[in-house]
Design a protein around this ligand. Structure first.
Ligand code: HEC
Ligand code: HEC
Ligand code: HEC
Ligand code: HEC
Ligand code: HEC
Length: 452
């Protein structure tokens, strides 16, 4: 009987290896070392001594990476109905970055695992003990972070950070160059399709080849140099001052010239607010409003051509960056005849369902199925069809053609607008009108023009 069971178990194991594994190619990518769940310490415990950093991190996009309803709805939706094994492997891979503590402790291993069984600590997203157990990474994409966690609260091990002189009674501390570099961020902020290798998010690459990755220490700004200097009313972008945050990194610790902040605010005006954190929503708006400038160019107006120049003044990467097949950054243009008030030209307006009309000039990426047809599902992304965005400290000029004969004086209003996702996609994944994302005005310019 026992032998029979063993035999059965062996067959089952073999079946699992030969049938299930190729099915979830993604799993092979998670083959990284696994740790006992009890080795990770909850963020609340860290917060006992690092209370300020803890409150900054709470309700950040990092802390909400697994609770974010937009992420949850989109990921579920994209997984549905897939049959191609390569596409399934990608659609199942999301947990690697969105639930990292779960993945390295063995559950979940894939998106479709039962979410109710995810341990409490893993649901706390990208957290203190994950980042501060990090000791390096070989590949700077798809979260290849190597860890050296402690053994729970009784033996918390070493927390790696930027200080050479930090001392704590609770845990060992160690200076880690990795934590001071953009690479620690780039391991997750560079996303490639797990099978097709298509570049899905390239924030780190954009920074790496850009002007902020400079050898000149005066010009060099890491991800942390902007994002971990921000605090309320101090957006800390490329176009603002990045004032040092003097204070204590631990309660009753020594005063430091700069304590790295942990709000991790980007462009998301909605998710932290949904969890009751209005401050971070406001900070996202402050960040977006200090990212770009707009100018109107009338050099060829005698031919009816009007230029609109957008400059990326504040972002350390392309504008927009990240999930740019979903993000919307576009121009809203209204041009009126100042003599009679009639509209001469218009683009970038919403229809009655808050969907952006097709005529909008939008800065984004579009993926293709390998045969030139656009796809929304990143699991199917075999190629990049379009990449129209603005590199750091560079400009892009859009030229529009006006009907020259019809006017003598014009008043031109242009806005650069941002929304984290199109209403059409939100309606599709969450139900019509269930989620409405705010629109942020990043920059605007008005100009009166007389016919030459
Ligand atoms: C009992 C109090 C206490 C607890 C609990 C605690 N820390 Fe600390 N930690 C400190 C003190 C004190 C320092 C030193 C601060 C300084 O020198 O500015 C420190 C320093 C650090 C540093 C900087 C290390 C360096 O070399 O740069 C990191 C990172 C850190 N802690 C992470 C954590 C994490 C993660 C947790 C939870 C797993 C945690 N701490 C829990 C007291 C604590
Ligand atoms: C996404 C990864 C990440 C998360 C999550 C994270 N940290 Fe950090 N933390 C960093 C990095 C990176 C630095 C150093 C920045 C630098 O030197 O450029 C840092 C710095 C620190 C420091 C030293 C600050 C200083 O200026 O002396 C402490 C203490 C710390 N973190 C504690 C925490 C605690 C507590 C939490 C959870 C509430 C946390 N961290 C969450 C990445 C993270
Ligand atoms: C373990 C993976 C991981 C690491 C390491 C990581 N991030 Fe993130 N980060 C994410 C994920 C996933 C999200 C998005 C969560 C969501 O939208 O649900 C995110 C979101 C953000 C956002 C908010 C984006 C928005 O739209 O508002 C910022 C800003 C950010 N990260 C900056 C950083 C910086 C700076 C570092 C390095 C110090 C870093 N991240 C390290 C995974 C990571
Ligand atoms: C010079 C300052 C600066 C540097 C350096 C910088 N950023 Fe940003 N970041 C910004 C600004 C400004 C925004 C808001 C505009 C936007 O959304 O792109 C932003 C937005 C973001 C967002 C949200 C994008 C979105 O719209 O969803 C993420 C994620 C992010 N940054 C990550 C990073 C990472 C990772 C690095 C390093 C590789 C980095 N940033 C370096 C200034 C900076
Ligand atoms: C290699 C790490 C990584 C993997 C794997 C990953 N993501 Fe993300 N995800 C990120 C980062 C980083 C951001 C933040 C970028 C930004 O703000 O633009 C993000 C943001 C998002 C957001 C935006 C949420 C919001 O509120 O706006 C969605 C949706 C999302 N991811 C879906 C997915 C899906 C679906 C998968 C799996 C098919 C996946 N992600 C796999 C790193 C990852």
């Amino acid at each position: 009987m026992l032998r029979y069971r063993l035999f059965n178990a062996t067959i089952l194991t073999l079946l699992t290896v030969f049938i299930v594994c190729p099915t979830f190619l993604g799993q092979a990518l998670f083959a990284a070392e696994k740790y006992e769940l009890s080795r990770f310490i909850s963020p609340e415990t860290c917060g006992d001594c690092h209370s300020e950093i803890f409150s900054q991190w709470s309700n950040s996009m990092h802390s909400l990476a697994q609770k974010d309803p937009v992420y949850l709805n989109v990921s579920e939706f994209l997984r549905k109905g897939l049959v191609d094994q390569d596409e399934i492997a990608e659609a199942e891979s999301c947990v690697k970055c969105h639930v990292p503590v779960g993945v390295v402790t063995g559950y979940p291993t894939k998106l479709s695992d039962d979410k109710r069984k995810i341990p409490d600590i893993a649901n706390k997203g990208i957290q203190c003990d994950y980042c501060h157990s990090a000791i390096g990474a070989e590949k700077i994409y798809n979260n290849d972070i190597k860890l050296n966690p402690g053994h729970g609260e009784d033996d918390p091990g070493t927390k790696n950070g930027p200080r050479k002189d930090a001392e704590s009674d609770f845990h060992e501390t160690k200076y880690s160059k990795f934590h001071t570099r953009s690479e620690i961020c780039g391991t997750c902020h560079n996303v490639k399709h797990v099978v097709f290798n298509t570049d899905l998010e390239t924030t780190y690459e954009e920074w790496k080849k850009g002007p902020y990755n400079s050898h000149d220490p005066e010009k060099r700004i890491t991800c942390q140099g902007c994002h971990m200097f921000q605090r309320p009313d101090l957006p800390a972008t490329g176009s603002t001052k990045r004032i040092k945050n003097k204070g204590e990194a631990a309660d009753d610790g020594p005063v430091r010239e700069h304590v790295f902040t942990h709000y991790f605010v980007g462009g998301n005006r909605f998710i932290p607010e949904k969890f009751g954190d209005r401050e971070k929503g406001k900070m996202a708006e402050e960040r977006l409003k200090n990212s770009a400038s707009l100018a109107i160019e009338t050099g060829e107006i005698e031919k009816g051509k009007l230029g609109i120049k957008i400059t990326n003044t504040g972002a350390g990467h392309y504008l927009p960056t990240g999930l740019t097949n979903i993000r919307q950054m576009w121009l809203e243009i209204t041009i009126k005849d100042s003599d009679n008030g009639k509209t001469v030209y218009e683009s970038g307006k919403f229809d009655q369902d808050s969907c952006l009309k097709d005529d909008a000039i939008i800065f984004n990426t579009v993926f293709g199925d390998g045969k030139g047809n656009p796809v929304v599902n990143i699991a199917k992304a075999r190629e990049v069809l379009k990449d129209k965005r603005i590199p750091p400290l560079e400009s892009l000029t859009e030229t529009i053609q006006l009907p020259l004969e019809k006017w003598n004086h014009l008043s031109v209003h242009v806005k650069l607008l941002y929304r984290s996702a199109p209403q059409k996609i939100l309606d599709m994944v969450s139900g019509k009108g269930k989620i409405k994302l705010p629109v942020v005005t990043m920059a605007s310019v008005d100009r009166k023009i007389a016919k030459p």
